[in-house]
Design a protein around this ligand. Structure first.
Ligand SMILES: Cc1cc2nc3c(=O)[nH]c(=O)nc-3n(C[C@H](O)[C@H](O)[C@H](O)COP(=O)(O)OP(=O)(O)OC[C@H]3O[C@@H](n4cnc5c(N)ncnc54)[C@H](O)[C@@H]3O)c2cc1C
Length: 505
């Protein structure tokens, strides 16, 4: 039996991996992971992603070897590496998941398909979840998604067919070290130390503590940055790199739901939380489907009506202040600093950060989205670009939501714990002034040991004026006949047919 090559990309797991299971039915299995310089050195990739991937690959290799398989790790561009490895192994087929990635991986996948056609090596590509390639219509998509997550999980056999070189190990291809960030020359934002270990085992443990220990107050606590770091599932990096599939998460949540069907208040809280979590798992692929169906939304507005709304090039001072947490808005700055240090932020605070950049600072989302991507460990292009556009008002189909950073601070960090943790220069400021420290009387400021304008910036823009101007501009663009007609087109192609909540978030 000839070797079956399984090309791993953002699906770094052994379980619920259909291409792997099918390959193992056909012959001995060798996995391949390729660090492609054109992808890992791009602006949206960061050393934190590499650290996470390295951990995932180490575990994956051990698991494959235990079953009699192997994992090769190579550096180079595809399809060149695929060609070389197929030649070395005399592999007769390549198995892979379809990927909904960024413009680079999309172009790479097209090159790989063209290469496979010309060489005649069968390339078996399998959907990774509910996202559909060449989707003709959004009608019925939600039902399709549900049938996918309900389908049984595909697990590989405990033993693969023996590799042809097991009797003569000298002929085995070198499996390759997992390269370091320095070796790959991958950029690294200074000081980051994310606390999310990679690998399938870690993914399952995280999901389990969420479903059985941490998640009871999820629904109530997900929006505040004070509680969200613990109350949210935090599985997003695992979903993004595929150490956990959406189906595995959905089925584990259903299992938990069946266990909390009792009449107690606690059961009710758990039910409410897990139901909210399950809805979000569906949103994930709902958003990814948008990018799959229209890859151009990584760079272009969903609705061209908004094309000239913001400048093409961001004001550099505003962009820098926003990106480094120096806007003079304590909650905005705390969120940015926390994200840069930890690689994660909860949904509402991400939305507020982007809303502030797109409305108060009037920056083009195309630039802020790329600038923020490397800071999210869970960077998932399909969600990322759709959400940036949603929070910037350029989809045409979602309600306009301009977050008031003062109101968000009073609602979600009333005692100032989060701001004090991430904006230490304001630590001694009394809570009454913490979220608007420029309003502090000079005597109070001097007692707190801080001078606003020197130790911490004055607000970069005045909230009420910036808010009013942004609102007037976005509604002027939105309330034209052309905008309404184009919104109908966008809705036909991308709108959720099932859950009206989508249109609000
Ligand atoms: C501007 C912006 C950019 C974002 N970029 C990303 C990104 O690159 N990658 C990413 O995974 N999420 C992104 N999100 C969505 C959301 O903020 C994260 O999925 C969530 O905070 C991840 O934490 P969690 O795993 O604890 O989520 P939980 O609340 O526990 O939810 C479970 C899972 O559901 C999915 N999910 C949750 N909320 C959303 C949502 N609003 N839209 C789509 N899927 C959702 C995620 O896969 C998440 O892991 C973005 C949101 C905004 C506003």
């Amino acid at each position: 039996m000839s070797v079956q090559l399984v090309w791993f990309k953002r699906d770094l797991r052994l379980h619920d991996h259909t291409p792997l299971t099918r390959a193992a039915r056909t012959g001995p299995v060798v996995g391949l992971f390729v660090f492609e310089p054109s992808i890992v050195r791009a602006a949206d990739y960061d050393a934190q992603h590499l650290v996470f991937v390295r951990e995932c690959l180490t575990e994956l290799r051990t698991r494959l070897r235990r079953r009699g398989g192997e994992l090769l790790v190579r550096v180079g561009e595809c399809p060149d590496v695929l060609e070389q490895v197929c030649h070395e192994l005399r592999a007769t087929a390549i198995w892979a998941h379809e990927e909904t990635g960024n413009a680079r991986t999309y172009a790479r996948d097209r090159r790989v398909r063209a290469w496979a056609r010309t060489t005649g090596i069968p390339l078996h590509e399998v959907p990774q979840g509910g996202v559909v390639r060449r989707l003709a219509s959004r009608d019925g998509w939600a039902e399709h998604w549900e049938s996918v997550v309900r389908a049984p999980v595909a697990n590989p056999p405990s033993r693969f067919a023996p590799l042809p070189w097991t009797d003569a190990p000298d002929t085995a291809p070198a499996s390759g070290e997992v390269p370091t960030a320095d070796a790959l020359r991958v950029q690294c934002a200074a000081g980051r130390a994310h606390d999310t270990p990679g690998g399938e085992r870690a993914a399952r443990a995280l999901l389990r503590t969420f479903l059985y220990e941490r998640g009871e107050q999820y629904r109530r606590e997900m929006s505040s940055p004070v509680s969200a770091f613990r109350a949210c599932s935090r599985i997003s990096p695992h979903l993004a790199f595929g150490t956990l599939s959406g189906r595995q998460a959905w089925q584990a949540a259903q299992q938990r739901l069946s266990e909390v069907s009792g009449p107690l208040d606690r059961d009710e809280r758990w039910r409410a939380s897990i139901t909210s979590f399950v809805a979000r798992l569906a949103w994930r692929e709902h958003f990814m489907q948008k990018l799959e169906s229209e890859p151009a939304i990584e760079h272009r507005n969903f609705s061209s009506v908004y094309d000239d709304l913001r400048p093409a090039v961001a004001d550099p001072e505003r962009l820098e202040a926003w990106l480094h947490g120096r806007t003079g808005y304590p909650l905005v700055d705390a969120c940015m600093r926390a994200l840069r240090a930890q690689g994660w932020l909860n949904f509402r605070m991400r939305a507020m950060l982007v809303s502030f950049a797109s409305y108060h600072l009037w920056l083009p989302w195309q630039q802020t989205a790329v600038a923020l991507a490397p800071h999210f460990l869970d960077y998932e292009p399909g969600i990322h670009y759709s959400q940036f556009q949603m929070q910037s008002g350029t989809t045409g189909i979602n309600s306009i939501r301009i977050y008031n950073p003062y109101k968000q601070a009073l609602e979600h960090d009333p005692a100032g714990h989060f701001v004090r943790a991430w904006v230490p220069e304001l630590r001694a400021v009394p809570t009454d002034f913490l979220h608007a420290p420029h309003d502090m009387p000079p005597l109070v400021a001097s007692m707190a040991g801080v001078r606003i304008g020197r130790d911490y910036p004055l607000p970069i823009v005045e909230h009420t004026a910036a808010y009013r101007e942004a609102k007037a501009r976005i509604f002027a663009a939105r309330e034209t006949a052309a905008a309404r007609a184009d919104a109908a087109r966008v809705y036909r192609q991308h709108g959720s047919r099932k859950d009206p909540l989508h249109r609000r978030r």
